[in-house]
Write a protein that binds this ligand. Structure first.
Ligand code: NDP
Length: 342
């Protein structure tokens, strides 16, 4: 019998994800005859690791239901079509598709949840998990629509060397803003300054707050981190500043976030702090994808990937995101043959 590996939620973590939060199972590989009318069997090739996954482990009301105990861990992914149910018309064997494939080596999902992917000029397939996919859409709509950036404005981005943050920095720069990225450590700051051409400050350095003050007051704060960094940013607002509440990774492992003490500045500065979820922009994804594909083709939008290989590294990779192990998009590649290609 041919089998494959999958990773299921074993228990909900209280704080940090533990090695026993998940467990690996072996399951029989479904054959073509078992597929329902609209189902597609996919060989999973790449999996996205996202900070949001920590939220999906919490049994609480949110924008998606929590992953259940015993369920395969939810994850966006890319794979190739192996077999089709009798009524699947839009795909053929060998097509590359993107969808919610989960932490598993093979996935069976409905045709209607999949998007066929063919990378445009200058892009590669895994860009659909990064700049041309959900993180890229988050960056694009977060900074343009929620942040309402205008040329000449001062834009500060936390989590700037990550998948969303590095894209936000570049979009804001392309739109004529003065951009400062905040990231952890010298290497990440060097990447932001030398490769992406934006000013960077290191939040792990002892002079972080002094460096932050040197920026002057800010028009837009795009926040991926939350916590103390957001609290400090609130003391640095210009009038009518916008704070784009995209994420708060510093608090995702907390039992209870400690909250903000500087929020009164929003009143004095007539500021706006707005959360958003990327899925709200689903109807407009094509617009962003088109513009970002154009920037990629023109060499104006750079990106990096941090890739771990093999399904067994999913847990380690997810834990790593919370320790800053990634620069750019954090991915798992399942097919070792792809190692040379990436
Ligand atoms: P990243 O690629 O940015 O990875 C997370 C990064 O966060 C790490 O590399 C690390 O970088 C930084 N980090 C981790 N822990 C801390 C901490 N305690 N304090 C400060 N920085 C920390 O992830 P994504 O680009 O995928 O996501 C970025 C944010 O956007 C997340 O908060 C995510 O939840 C959010 N998001 C929101 C969406 C929405 O619809 N609202 C959609 C997608 C993402 P460093 O080394 O610099 O510390």
């Amino acid at each position: 019998m041919v089998t494959f590996k999958r990773i299921v939620l074993a228990e909900r973590p209280e704080t940090d994800i533990q090695d026993n939060t998940f467990k690996t199972e072996t399951a029989p590989l479904p054959d073509k005859s078992s597929l329902k009318d609209d189902e597609v069997l996919i060989k999973v090739e790449h999996l996205s690791l996202d900070p949001a996954m920590r939220g999906w482990l919490r049994d609480t009301r949110s924008y998606l239901p929590p992953v259940k105990i015993g369920e395969v861990m939810r994850a966006g992914g890319l794979g190739s079509v192996v077999a089709l149910g009798p009524n699947v018309k839009s795909l053929k064997e060998g097509d590359h598709v993107e969808g919610i494939l989960g932490w598993q080596e093979y996935s069976v999902v409905s045709e209607k949840t999949l998007t066929k992917r063919v990378p445009p000029q200058g892009a590669q397939l895994t860009d659909y998990l990064g700049v041309l996919g959900m993180p890229g859409q988050t960056a694009y709509w977060g900074i343009t629509d929620v942040g309402q950036i205008k040329p000449g404005e001062t834009v500060v981005v936390s989590g700037a060397a990550g998948a969303v943050g590095s894209t936000v920095c570049q979009i804001a720069k392309l739109r004529g803003c003065n951009v400062v990225g905040i990231a952890g450590g010298k290497d990440k700051c060097e990447w932001l300054e030398k490769d992406l051409g934006i000013k960077a400050i290191d939040y792990k350095a002892s002079n972080f707050h002094e460096e932050f003050k040197k920026i002057g007051y800010l028009d837009v704060y795009f926040d991926n981190v939350g916590g103390d960094m957001l609290d400090f940013a609130l003391t640095r607002l210009k009038q009518h500043a916008r704070i784009v509440l995209c994420g708060a990774i510093s608090d995702y492992n907390s039992v209870k976030p400690k909250g903000l003490s500087s929020y009164l500045s929003l009143i004095a500065m007539r500021g706006r702090l707005q959360g958003f979820i990327v899925f709200d922009y689903k109807e407009r994804y094509a617009e962003a994808e088109k513009e970002m594909a154009q920037w990629i083709a023109e060499g104006k939008l750079k990106r990096r990937e941090t890739v771990l290989y093999g399904i067994e590294n999913c847990v380690k990779g997810l834990q790593g995101i919370f320790k800053g192990a990634n620069t750019g998009k954090m991915l798992i590649t399942l097919d070792q043959q792809n190692k040379a290609r990436i």
